[in-house]
Structure formats: C-alpha cells, structure tokens
Design a protein. Structure first.
Length: 391
C-alpha cells in the first residue's frame, strides 16, 4: 500500500467522474482559448451565430459554469484522503509541491487560466482539518463556501476592493507590453511567435491572481476539498450499492432547489448582475455546488453508461494540459490563428470533439501503459523511485 495506486485498486466511479469533470472543464475553458470571451459585446453580436451563441451562453451558465469545477475539487479532496491513508501527510505535501511547480509552469508558459496552482495552495491547507469530526468537517466546508458572500458584503459596506492592487498591477504589466483594451481580444490571434504570446502570458498571470483574490476562490475551493475529504474518509465511493436509497433521496431534495437557482444564476450572469454582486455571489453558492453534487450522484446511481469516461479520468492531468496545448494550436497566432473567428456554439462543438479525441487516445495509451505520461512523471517525483510505465 506504500506505492502509487495500481489499476486493480482504482475505483471506476472516481475515474468516470474525473472524466466527466474534464469534459465540463473543456466546455468552460475553450471560449477563452477561442478568444470569444475577450470580444466586446458588439463583436459577439456581429457573429453570424450570435443568436445561437446567446442561447449557448445561457446554457453554459446554467449547466456548466462552476459545476464541473465543483466536481473536480471534490474529487481532489477524495484523492487527499486516499493519499493520507496510504503514506501520510509527508507524501501529500511532496505531491502538492510538485503540483505547485506544474501549475506555475502551466500558468507562466502555456495558459493564464491555470487552476492547478490554486489547487496546490489550497491542498497544502487540507492537513489542518484532518482532526475535525465528520460533523465539524461539513460545517467548516459550508462556512468556507459561503465565506465569499460575507466578504462581498463587507467589501460593499466598506467600499473596499480586496483585489484592487492586483488589478492595477495587471494593467501596468499589460500596458508595458503594449496590450490595451482595444487589442486585448486579438493579441494572441495576431502573435506570430512565442515571444508575443509570452508577453500576454506575463500580464495574464497577474490577471489570474486578481481573479483568484477578487473571486475569493481559495475559500470556495477549500470548502469543496473538505466535502471531498469527508467522502473519502468515510469511503462513501466504495459503498454505492449500500447508499443508493440515500443518493436517490439526495437527488430528489437538491435538484428541485439547484435547477431553479441555477436558472436565476444564469439570468443574473447574462444580465450583468442586475441584483448586485452580493446577490450574484449568493446565487452562485446556492446553485453551483448543489448542481455539481447532483451530477455526481446521478453518475454514482447510473454508472454503467458513463464508464467510457474512465480512461480520460485516469489521465486527468495529461488531458488538462493537452487541452491547453490544443487550444493554443487551434486559436493562437503561433498555430492556426482561428481565435476571434468562431462563435461560441462552434467553439463548444470543437471543445466536445477535442474531449472525445482525448478519450480515444487515452484508451489507446492505457492499453499499453500503466499511467498517463504526466501522471507517470508526477509519480516518479512524488515517490522518488523508479516506477515502470509499460504494462
């Protein structure tokens, strides 16, 4: 039990859920790879697919935005419980240190929308909560998920912006590279070499820190990690047949709440937060997390039709980084330069095809190898010993 997880020790449901999360993450990230998100509203409306894009955007906020990031975060917490039970906190900190390095390299040199860095930082805080009882663990998780609402309320009351220094630093760096609001959407499309792309990545890394602080991402992520740790510590993922009645009850209770609040959240996002940022944050907290949990419960209840996702789930890190590389190749100037040319519905279609291609390639790869290439490197560095890659 001291080595990396073997194929026989894996639970298919965790890999299938991880694969589902990768699909949702592709759908959430590719509008940024395609530079559609950066376009002005006038440029978006000028697209021939504008009407379909408007519907697609609403559906994205309704069914995608935040939901799959929720699943991925909960799975991360489950993974922490497994690592802790196998070798303890020391190995986990080493694993997180390596993830921190991978996230930093991804953020600085490949894509500014990286999430791994935040996961590594949040993960390093997880051992602080291991002595809590199950009840206390879930209470703290709920408080952390709701904490951004309290922070938004405090900021509005005091007229204070937590992330203002980062916002100013972001635009100082952008302007020093010649990046302005006018050419922001087209910069990466027009950059014909890596030097031009790297200028964007430098300011993008600061923008990402601004998003993390301004969006209060760390408490949200940590709260979801703790839910995952609760699930993993009690090995709920290994007791699916026993828990079927309880899971069905969970779906019946949460779906009638999660669906209408998700509709309100999507409407608020599409309408520019007409009820204010505080109400929007409340809608995010009470819709996104329950809907993400509903998705997880439905997969656990009806796993068989979703087992095909498991190959991508077993290579989640490789797939995540590969999505970034494919996005760059397709949409940036150093590749095919399709950025700003495609409407949202087209981009989401491309994202789906990219994910399906990843599933096929992952299945082929795993027929010959025990781990994905990046997963193998991560294991080598974590365990500090040679691990055979080929089957």
């Amino acid at each position: 039990m001291n080595g990396p997880t073997t194929e026989k020790q894996r639970y298919v449901v965790l890999d299938a859920l991880r694969g589902l999360a990768l699909l949702g993450i592709a759908l959430a990230n590719f509008p940024e790879f395609g530079l559609w998100t950066f376009l002005s509203s006038e440029a978006q409306e000028a697209m021939p697919t504008a009407n379909a894009d408007h519907v697609t955007r609403f559906l994205q906020y309704l069914f995608v935005d935040g939901k799959f990031y929720t699943i991925f975060s909960i799975l991360f917490g489950i993974g922490f419980s497994i690592t802790l039970s196998r070798r303890g906190v020391g190995l986990f900190y080493r694993r997180m240190s390596i993830l921190l390095l991978i996230g930093f390299l991804h953020l600085m040199f490949i894509w500014s929308g990286d999430i791994l860095l935040l996961y590594a930082v949040g993960g390093m805080l997880l051992p602080l909560f291991t002595r809590l009882s199950n009840r206390s663990l879930l209470t703290v998780a709920l408080l952390l998920i709701l904490l951004p609402v309290a922070l938004e309320t405090y900021a509005a009351w005091r007229g204070f912006d937590f992330a203002a220094p980062l916002y100013e630093a972001w635009w100082r760096q952008a302007n020093s590279s010649g990046i302005t609001e006018e050419n922001f959407a087209s910069w990466l499309r027009d950059a014909k070499d890596y030097g031009g792309m790297f200028e964007f990545l430098k300011q993008g890394s600061i923008e990402r820190m601004w998003e993390f602080v301004g969006g209060h991402r760390l408490p949200k992520v940590l709260g979801l990690f703790l839910i995952g740790y609760y699930i993993g510590r009690n090995r709920l993922y290994a007791r699916l047949n026993e828990l079927r009645p309880l899971m069905k009850k969970g779906v019946r209770l949460m779906l009638p709440w999660a669906l209408p609040t998700s509709v309100l959240y999507a409407w608020s996002a599409m309408s520019g937060h007409p009820w204010g940022q505080i109400v929007h944050s409340v809608l995010y907290a009470v819709s996104v997390v329950p809907m993400g949990l509903v998705y997880m419960l439905l997969i656990c209840l009806w796993l068989k039709p979703f087992e095909w996702l498991k190959s991508a789930g077993r290579m989640a890190l490789t797939c995540y980084i590969t999505q970034s590389l494919i996005g760059i190749l397709l949409f940036y100037g150093i590749g095919f330069g399709l950025g700003t040319c495609c409407g949202l519905i087209t981009i989401e279609g491309i994202a789906t095809l990219v994910f399906l291609l990843e599933v096929v390639l992952c299945r082929l790869w795993l027929s010959y190898f025990r781990f994905g290439p990046l997963e193998w490197i991560w294991r080598l560095l974590t365990y500090g010993e040679w691990i055979r890659l080929r089957k």
